[in-house]
Design a protein around this ligand. Structure first.
Ligand code: ADP
Ligand code: MG
Length: 301
C-alpha cells in the first residue's frame, strides 16, 4: 500500500503541507479535497516524487518514493500522474498519443488496448484526429487514457474532469472509476467537486491550513459533518443551536418553535432553495415549492 508518514513540505520557508499521514491500499480510491490554494496539487506532486520532503517519507509497497535530490529521473513505472495542465503531443493523433508508451511488439494487442481505452474516455470516434484540433475537455480525456494505458498500480489525478463539460462528465466519471476498480488500480484524486467523491471514493482527506482537517469515509463524513468546511463541501448548510444542519434536513411545517421569513427562493432543479431570515440569521431550506418573499413559515429539523 501507499504509506504517507508525517510528511512536511514547503516551497520556501512556510510549510504548504504539515505532518500529513494517510494510507491507500491497492485498488482504493482516495479523494483529496480542499479549497483552492490548500495544497492539493502540491500534495500530488510530492507523492509523485517531484519535490524533496522537509520531513517524513512516502512508501509504495515498502519502496520509498524519493524526490529529485535522491532520484535522477522523476517518477516510477508503477505510478502515473496527470497534472492539472496536461501535456500531450499536439501533432499526432489521439490513438498515437494514447498508445505512446505501449510496446509496438504486439501491434494487434496494442490496437485492442488503445480501442478499449478510447472507449473508457468516450473518444472512439476521434481516434484518428490530431490532438491539436481537440477541445480542452477532449484533450483531458486523452491525457487520462494515456495515463492508464500501461496499467499503473497507482494513479494520481489532479482535477481530472475540470475541463470536461457536464454533458460528458457523469458518464466519463462512472467509466473511469469502474475501470480503475476492475483493474485494481489505486487512485488519488484532487478535486473540489463532491460528485467526484460521493459514490466513488473509499476514503477522503480534507486539507485546510496546511493540515489534514478531517479524513474518513465520504458517506460517514457526509452524514456527520464535524466542521463547517466539510459541510460546505457537501452542500448548503446552516448552523442552528451549534449544530450543522444541511438545507435539506430542515422541513417546513404547520407550526413549530422556529419561525422564519422568506427572503428569496432559488430553483435548483429538483426543488427550491429558500433563503430566509430566522432571528438574526440567514438560513437555507430546501422545499418542493417556491415561496413568496416576505412570507412567514415554521420549520423543524
Ligand atoms: P491547490 O491545488 O489546492 O489549489 P496548490 O498546491 O496549487 O493548491 O498551492 C498550495 C500553495 O502553494 C498556494 O499557496 C500556492 O500559491 C503555493 N504554491 C504552489 N505552487 C508553488 C510553487 N511552484 N512555488 C511556490 N509556491 C507555490
Ligand atoms: Mg490545484
Amino acid at each position: 500500500m501507499l504509506e504517507v508518514k508525517n510528511i512536511t513540505f514547503s516551497y520556501d520557508k512556510n510549510p504548504v503541507l504539515k505532518q500529513l499521514r494517510f494510507n491507500v491500499h491497492p485498488g482504493e480510491y482516495l479523494a483529496i479535497i480542499g479549497e483552492s490554494g490548500s495544497g492539493k496539487s502540491t500534495l500530488l506532486k510530492v507523492l509523485y516524487g517531484e519535490y524533496d520532503l522537509d520531513e517524513g517519507n512516502i512508501l509504495w509497497k515498502n519502496q520509498e518514493i524519493l524526490g529529485p535530490k535522491y532520484n535522477l529521473v522523476v517518477g516510477y513505472d508503477f505510478m502515473k500522474y496527470v497534472a492539472q495542465e496536461f501535456d500531450l503531443m499536439p501533432f499526432i493523433s489521439v490513438e498515437e498519443n494514447v498508445g505512446k508508451f505501449l510496446s509496438n511488439f504486439f501491434p494487434e494487442e496494442k490496437q485492442k488496448r488503445v480501442a478499449e481505452l478510447l472507449e473508457v474516455v468516450e473518444l472512439t470516434d476521434f481516434a484518428k484526429t490530431k490532438v491539436k484540433t481537440l477541445s480542452g475537455g477532449q484533450k483531458q480525456r486523452v491525457a487520462l487514457a494515456r495515463a492508464i494505458a500501461k496499467q499503473p498500480e497507482i494513479i494520481l489525478l489532479d482535477e481530472p474532469f475540470s475541463h470536461i463539460d457536464n454533458f460528458k462528465k457523469q458518464s466519463l466519471r462512472r467509466n473511469l472509476f469502474k475501470y480503475l476498480k476492475e483493474k485494481n488500480i489505486a487512485c488519488i484524486v484532487a478535486t473540489h467537486d463532491k460528485e467526484d467523491v460521493l459514490g466513488y471514493a473509499d476514503n477522503m482527506v480534507l486539507l485546510n491550513n496546511n493540515e489534514i482537517e478531517i479524513q474518513g469515509h465520504p458517506e460517514e463524513l457526509f452524514k456527520n459533518p464535524e466542521t463547517p468546511l466539510i459541510a460546505s463541501f457537501f452542500g448548503e448548510f446552516n448552523i442552528i443551536n451549534n449544530q450543522i444542519v444541511y438545507a435539506n434536513q430542515l422541513k417546513i411545517v404547520e407550526k413549530s418553535h422556529f419561525k422564519a421569513t422568506v427572503m428569496q427562493s432559488y430553483f435548483n432543479g429538483n426543488n427550491w432553495l429558500i433563503q430566509a431570515q430566522y432571528k438574526s440569521k440567514t438560513i437555507l431550506i430546501e422545499h418542493d415549492l417556491k415561496l413568496n418573499n416576505g412570507e412567514i413559515f415554521f420549520f423543524k429539523y
